[in-house]
Design a protein around this ligand. Structure first.
Ligand SMILES: Nc1ncnc2c1ncn2[C@@H]1O[C@H](COP(=O)(O)OP(=O)(O)OP(=O)(O)O)[C@@H](O)[C@H]1O
Ligand SMILES: [Mg+2]
Length: 186
């Protein structure tokens, strides 16, 4: 699996730096969905959701101790969670995959429905208590963080149909700045 910097293209199955499975926003209409005011085939009844690639895994981080997780795997998730101000990063939301015969562990972050909140009140990261979180970021991770651009991210999200509110855009600007300033500290 190749991890690449920069935005993914819409139709690509490339996995980005943090290893989030490829995902698309979908709109769906079906009479079996919850329609409290009655069903009719009309745009107002269309549901919005997301469709994510199924990733082969052997369980989640809740099922095992963190000792054998590679440092880089924990760091990519910590970077993503700080950047996205993810308020739902419990160990159950990280899948574990064994990439090759030697059993190299790859962590797959999932369940990102509670990112970019309007304030920073509810951030609890399970990885904060894992030993890997005490190691410094590698030059590759630092380089990736230096390449981040919140304004570009906001424009990209808008292009793909999600116009961030002022409050959520502010959250992304602050978290990106926090990461950038953090990695420049000796
Ligand atoms: N991309 C994926 N590939 C493989 N399995 C997945 C993937 N996404 C989710 N799963 C499986 O589905 C389970 C539940 O997923 P997820 O954590 O997204 O939802 P949830 O926490 O149950 O619900 P909610 O979205 O309401 O918080 C995961 O623990 C995992 O077993
Ligand atoms: Mg979950």
């Amino acid at each position: 699996m190749v991890l690449v910097n920069g935005p993914r293209s819409l139709l690509s199955a490339e996995v980005g730096f943090a290893g989030v499975p490829p995902i698309v926003m979908v709109q769906c209409l079906h009479k079996g969905f919850n329609h409290p005011e009655g069903y009719e085939c009309a745009p107002k009844n269309v549901k919005i959701g997301s469709l994510q690639m199924f990733m082969k895994n052997i369980g989640c981080c809740e099922d095992m101790g963190p000792r054998d997780f590679p440092v880089e795997e924990v760091h990519k998730i910590s970077m993503f969670d700080i950047r996205m101000v993810n308020t739902d990063r419990q160990a159950g939301n990280i899948l574990v995959s064994k990439e090759d015969e030697e059993g190299y562990i790859v962590l797959i972050p999932i369940d990102h429905g509670y990112c970019l909140p309007e304030n920073f009140e509810d951030c609890i990261f399970d990885w904060l208590y894992w030993p890997q979180a005490h190691q410094p970021y590698s030059p590759d991770t630092v380089e990736y963080i230096r390449s981040l651009d919140a304004e570009q991210d906001i424009a990209l999200l808008k292009f793909y149909g999600w116009d961030l509110s002022i409050e959520c855009a502010r959250t992304l600007r602050i978290s990106t700045t926090l990461l950038k300033k953090g990695v420049e500290k000796p």
